[in-house]
Design a binder for this molecule. Structure first.
Ligand SMILES: N[C@@H](CCC(=O)N[C@@H](CS)C(=O)NCC(=O)O)C(=O)O
Length: 214
C-alpha cells in the first residue's frame, strides 16, 4: 500500500461532486507523478466521526507515513515540497509560489466562498458582490499580463487558484476573459482531468454500494 493517502468521504450527494477538495490533492499527485491511495471516512456522522483527524469534521486530510495533516492547502504545500513539478526549488520561484497559494486562499477564496454561500441561500441582495467584483477585476489585470502566477510556469499556485475560480457561479460571474482563459488552460491539463474523473467515479461507485445497503 502507498504511504501517501488522500482521505475523502465514502460518499457525498450529487451537488458537490467534482468539487470536493480531495481533488486538489489528487490533482497535485497526478501532476507530480506521486503514487497515492484514496481512503475514506464516512460522510454520515461526519460532524463527529473523524474529529481527531480533521477538527472540523471535513475532508480532505492526508497521511504520509507518520505524518497526518488536514487543510487542503497544507496538503498541497506538503506535496509541493516533494516535487519540483509543483514548486520550483529556487528561492524566488518558491516564494512566489507560496505567495500565490496564500493569495488564492486568503485574497480570493475568502470572498468567493462566502459570496457563493449567499448566492446559494437565495439572498436577494448579496452584500459581498461589490467586494468580490473588485477583487476579481484586480486578478483579471494580473492574469492579463501573465500565463502563470509564479515562476513563468505551471505550479501548485495555478492549481489552487484555478480550483478556487472554477466554482461555476464564480466562473460565470462577470466578463473576465484572461481569467476564463487561465481556468480553461489549467483545467485542460491531463492531471486535472484524471483527478476529476477519478473523484466522480469514486462517488458514483459509492452510490451502488449505498443503495445496496439500504
Ligand atoms: N479549509 C478546508 C475546507 C474543507 C472543506 O470545505 N471540505 C468540504 C468538502 S470540499 C467538507 O468536508 N464539507 C462537509 C462539511 O463541512 O460538513 C480545506 O481546504 O481543507
Amino acid at each position: 500500500m502507498n504511504e501517501l493517502a488522500i482521505w475523502t468521504y465514502d460518499w457525498v450527494p450529487q451537488g458537490p461532486r467534482g468539487f470536493v477538495r480531495d481533488l486538489r490533492l489528487r490533482w497535485a499527485c497526478e501532476e507530480a507523478g506521486l503514487a497515492y491511495s484514496v481512503r475514506t471516512v464516512a460522510f454520515d456522522g461526519r460532524e463527529t466521526n473523524h474529529l481527531e483527524r480533521q477538527p472540523f469534521g471535513q475532508v480532505p486530510y492526508l497521511s504520509d507515513g507518520e505524518l497526518e495533516m488536514f487543510e487542503s492547502a497544507a496538503g498541497l504545500l506538503h506535496l509541493a515540497r516533494k516535487s519540483e513539478k509543483l514548486m520550483p526549488r529556487d528561492k524566488i520561484g518558491e516564494a512566489e509560489t507560496v505567495q500565490w497559494i496564500i493569495a488564492a486562499l486568503n485574497s480570493i477564496e475568502m470572498i468567493t466562498v462566502p459570496w457563493w454561500f449567499l448566492e446559494m441561500s437565495g439572498a436577494k441582495d448579496n452584500g459581498l458582490t461589490a467586494f468580490m467584483k473588485g477583487r476579481l477585476a484586480q486578478l483579471e489585470r494580473v492574469l492579463n499580463e501573465r500565463e502563470w502566477l509564479s515562476a513563468d510556469r505551471f505550479t501548485a499556485a495555478d492549481l489552487l487558484m484555478a480550483d478556487v475560480l472554477r466554482l461555476p457561479k464564480v466562473r460565470a460571474y462577470g466578463d473576465r476573459p484572461a481569467t476564463e482563459a487561465f481556468v480553461t488552460r489549467v483545467t485542460d491539463r491531463p492531471a486535472f482531468k484524471k483527478a476529476l474523473a477519478d473523484q466522480l467515479a469514486h462517488f458514483a461507485a459509492a452510490d451502488a454500494s449505498r443503495s445496496a445497503a439500504r
